[in-house]
Design a protein around this ligand. Structure first.
Ligand code: UTP
Length: 294
């Protein structure tokens, strides 16, 4: 059996309730950090990792996601006609071409949880382990999925970071067995534990490389925290047969599913853009960023 990771699954069917009313008509995954939607950062990360097939698990109320990720020839021609060929070229490079790229859109009927969304991708994945990317976990710096795939040595590998004790209840948390360098071996995982029940402070962030057995585990997985079918529970259920490892990634992660994380990510990228230095100075009084480099 191949250990090459050829497929990435993007679960994008959620309701995005923490961002209402912004997400009433605009999918959370299309909210921008500066001028780039979250889903685009995720796609670029999967491409950089050499993924062959991209599977989007979406919802019929979110057609704008497909519109964003696929090439729009009419828009490009319009931009060219208006003397903006470079912008047209940038859009072409970012988008998928239906003729040359291997892209699948499948629908989750109802947002029954991340585990259920991943299960919806089952019939569309290529042989071997699969990657899962949650676009609202934005990881900047060293692309996370690429370094995870390099480190992957079978079983289930999840990206991890240490969080404050008061935050463990927002995450899946690893039950740690041992630690060596960036890799943590674990004997289980718990979704959204109470602080007093958390087995560690090592939280799971939205990047996974999963043994294809995960689909089998998800088929029979009962709803867990929040009444949703949790990916964490399905990984944990077969921990004896499929080892669980955590990977401490090198990039910087922003929780763009929350307003504070989105603001942080925006300030972080604005701080790297000389054109935004003046407005950033005016609001933050911080002069220690890109203007000095300009
Ligand atoms: P989240 O739990 O962060 O997203 O799921 P959400 O449920 O849309 O947001 P809130 O909590 O209500 O604000 C992480 C990712 O998993 C997808 C989401 O679209 C998001 O990209 N997801 C979640 C699904 O595809 N299906 C689901 O049933 C749940």
């Amino acid at each position: 059996m191949t250990t090459q990771v050829r497929t990435a699954i993007f679960p994008v069917a959620g309701l995005g309730t923490r961002f209402l009313p912004a997400t009433k008509a605009t999918p959370k995954e299309l909210l921008p950090v500066l001028d780039t939607p979250l889903i685009q950062y995720a796609i670029d990360e999967a491409r950089a990792a050499g993924i062959e097939r991209m599977v989007f698990v979406s919802h019929k109320s979110k057609p704008a996601i497909e519109r964003h990720v696929m090439d729009d020839i009419r828009l490009r021609r319009e931009l060219e006609a208006r003397g903006k060929p470079q912008l047209a070229e940038e859009l072409k490079e970012a988008a998928f071409c239906p003729k040359t790229d291997d892209v699948v859109f499948t629908m989750q009927d109802e947002p029954r949880g991340l585990g259920h969304a991943v299960l919806c991708a089952r019939e569309h994945v290529l042989d071997g382990p699969v990657a899962v990317i949650l676009p609202d976990d934005l990881i900047l710096g060293t692309p996370c999925l690429g370094e995870m795939i390099e480190a992957y040595d079978g079983g289930h590998l999840v990206s991890t970071m240490a969080v404050a004790a008061e935050d463990v209840s927002k995450y899946g948390v690893l039950a740690v067995t041992s630690q060596q360098g960036r890799i943590t071996r674990a004997h289980g995982m718990v979704e959204k534990p109470a602080v007093e029940d958390a087995p560690s402070r090592l939280a799971v962030i939205g990047r996974y490389v999963l043994d294809p057995d995960i689909f089998h585990a998800l088929e029979t997985q009962a709803p867990g925290a929040g009444g949703e079918i949790q990916l964490t529970d399905a990984i944990d259920a077969h921990a004896m047969e499929r080892p669980i490892s955590g990977f401490r990634f090198s990039g910087t992660r922003f929780d763009c599913g929350s307003k504070s994380g989105m603001l942080e990510a925006t300030l972080h990228l604005a701080g790297q853009d000389p054109e935004l230095a003046e407005v950033l100075d005016a609001y933050t009084g911080n002069r220690n960023h890109a203007r000095s480099a300009a």
